[in-house]
Design a binder for this molecule. Structure first.
Ligand code: EPU
Length: 337
């Protein structure tokens, strides 16, 4: 473990933005992390996991701590279930594939989501009708200031749509070091209700899908719509789907009867930001090296040498046009730094 100076973060963020960290350290054990925190916790810190949910718009002056904690262990097991403790630095998709290989069910719909396991609870990652919280048991975290351990139960995490306590009350206070999941070993509860998954399975004539079939269907759908960060820099959905009141929704619906929507509750309606952005005319548009993906307007992309500022300028332009055209404010899902 050694501190590096003036290190480029280009390969540490999936947008592929080339900014420099003044100081950078990679930790591979919780003990190393404690040592670094004990020495530096009074300074501003910047915690880096998979770098998949951030847009870096300027050089990072804080000490960057790259969390490279690895390992998957079985905590307990019965005929029906298994509990796995997964260290924070394990790549999320590789963990999903590990589970598919062992026939552990519950997270197959979350295949191919970028990022690391330790950051997944922060925004309660979700896709195709499944969220991280559905299989989450608890997570271990280190309190930055005191370096004491704490276990957070599911209730304590206060999960919501792309949201948790770690984005709110406890923002910047804890570092998640491991996450424990409960998965099924048999009688898997499949979630194939999502239209695209059904279509994919039907096209392959699969009537009784396994978790591997579901994972493969999700991978195929994601690959057809979402760019691979290794080929085209991006951070998945750049914006959250806005949730509006019944009153705002009625007004929107009258003017845009063809728009898709989901009823969250009788008083709350979710409108797909991808639809708003596409209908504001941005889908597939490119401004220098910053662009809006051609197959999914919710994803902003870096064609090579875009700066974080250029991507952010594009995001602001989109936000403004969507507000002017539809009266709806869309807020970023990624952390803009
Ligand atoms: N749509 C458009 N134009 C677009 C994109 C979408 O009209 O360019 C419409 C679609 O036709 C559909 C609706 O918007 O009617 C919803 O689209 P989609 O099913 O692709 O899902 P999404 O709401 O855009 C969310 C997540 C994704 C997740 C998918 C699938 C958020 C912010 N995003 O996208 O998550 O993969 O559902 O479950 O909730 C991510 O967070 O990085 C991510 C990719």
């Amino acid at each position: 473990m050694h501190i590096e100076n003036q290190k480029s973060l280009k390969k540490y963020n999936t947008f592929g933005i080339d900014v420099v960290a003044a100081t950078f350290v990679s930790v591979t054990t919780v003990d190393e992390l404690k040592v670094v925190l004990a020495k530096h916790s009074n300074k501003p810190l910047f915690l880096l996991g998979g770098g998949s949910n951030m847009l870096l718009t300027k050089a990072v002056e804080s000490l960057v701590i790259h969390l490279d904690l690895k390992g998957i262990t079985v905590v307990s097991e019965s005929d029906a279930n298994v509990r796995l403790k997964v260290m924070a630095g394990e790549n999320w998709h590789e963990f999903v594939q590990y589970c598919i290989g062992k026939n552990y069910g519950g997270i197959e719909n979350l295949s191919l989501i970028p990022g690391n396991t330790g950051t997944a609870p922060i925004q309660n990652i979700g896709a195709y009708g499944v969220e991280l919280k559905d299989t989450f048991v608890s997570c271990e975290a280190l309190h930055i200031k005191t370096q004491t351990h704490k276990t957070f139960s599911k209730a304590a995490c206060n999960f919501g749509y792309r949201n948790s306590v770690f984005k709110n009350e406890l923002k910047g206070e804890y570092i998640i070091t491991s996450v424990t999941f409960q998965l099924t070993k048999k009688d898997h509860q499949l979630h194939t209700g999502y239209g695209a998954i059904q279509d994919k399975l039907a096209s392959k004539n699969i009537k009784n899908p396994t978790i591997k079939d579901v994972s493969e269907a999700v991978i195929a759908i994601r690959q057809s719509k979402l760019p691979d960060p290794k080929e085209l820099g991006n951070s998945g959905s750049f914006f959250k789907n806005p949730v509006v009141s019944a009153e705002e929704f009625q007004q929107f619906r009258t003017q845009n009867p063809e728009a898709p929507f989901y009823e969250v509750s009788p008083t709350q309606f979710k409108i797909p930001a991808g639809w708003l952005i596409e209908n504001a005319g941005f889908k597939g548009k490119r401004f220098g090296d910053a662009g809006v993906h051609k197959n999914q307007a919710l994803v902003l992309v870096n064609y090579g040498n875009a700066t974080g500022e250029e991507i952010w300028e594009l995001a602001l332009k989109i936000q403004k046009k969507v507000k002017a055209q539809f009266g709806i404010f869309i807020e970023p899902e990624v952390n803009v730094i």
